[in-house]
Design a protein around this ligand. Sequence first.
Ligand code: F0G
Length: 365
Amino acid sequence: AFEGPTSVWRYAAALPFAEGVTLPEGGTPLHRVPRLEDDVGVRNLRVKHEGMNPTGSFKDRGMTVGVRVARELDVDRLACASTGNTSAALAAYGGRADLQTLVLLPAGKVAAGKIAQAALHDARILEVEGNFDDCLDRVQDLADRGEAYLLNSLNPFRLEGQKTIGLEILEEFRDDHGRFPDRICLPVGNAGNTAALYKCFREMVLSGDLAPGDVPKLTGVQAEGAAPMVEAIEDGREDTRRWEDVETIATAIRIGNPVNAPKALPGIRETGGTAVSVPDEEITSAQRALAREGVGVEPASAASVAGLRKLRDRGEVGPGEDVVCLTTGHLLKDPDAAAEAGAEPEAVPNDTDDILAHLAGKRVT
Ligand code: F0G
């Protein structure tokens, strides 16, 4: 029933509007990664690279809907707390809609590319002394006082747009393989995306487009230093306990109080999925493995692959599974982490013979 090129608005029938404030977004590649697939040891591994959206992350899918709603409501000021990507997307879509934007960022913990985007798209940037969860507390207060329209993933219209990740994955995977994937692995911060995918699958089951037995297992991955969702799954709780001290190289998911946990935890459980945490070294090594296949992602995104590898090693994921890993943000979002994980530049003289000698492994004097 869906028509038009692959993009968020191809799925307008599943969204609250027929069009949004668009740049346009969605229609991201579903990469084959044969070497990584072999290495991890699953039947099919695909990587849905959400870093290929207009501002370089999946947040654009939510903002095209959320900012449209804000325009409908005729609000004066848009605001969000952010580990970076949401602020970049809000600034760009706010600019597109000619609306004022305010972003609250945890001081010193946001990757350079993301701050650069928020700055150039002309958001007003407040650096808060505190972590992301503190920023979200502050911006919720501002919204409660009527000072701003909140565009974090607590805003349900954001999640409506993000449902289209699920719709795209299922359509594309079935076109290529004649069936739906068994599992989707994704990084988890505030758990908005996990909640959005679950809503997408529930609606598809209700409309008869997806058999209950074909719903992919939602598998959330967190960094060891910020893993309240993993803890809640392991403890069998309905909500998370707030972690006050969080730390990880994957600053995008450096979150201790996932506000969408009550919507996301049932999604993980009822689809037969799980949640797993990975150390920073495994995140970096997955980031490098993806990059060697030409897929450039930021650290948080690589957590999806690191988590899959861990579950496969433990035998919790079998060799016959078809898996899609979601990579949520582009490599250039965090140039410092990328440079640190990659090859070292080598200094050479400005001379072709010396360069050839250097490449041949000879010392250049
Ligand atoms: N991956 C990236 C690259 C992100 O930026 C985020 C969240 C996530 C994963 C986690 O998604 O919150 O839906 O579970 N970034 C938010 C931000 C918090 O402010 O940009 P989630």
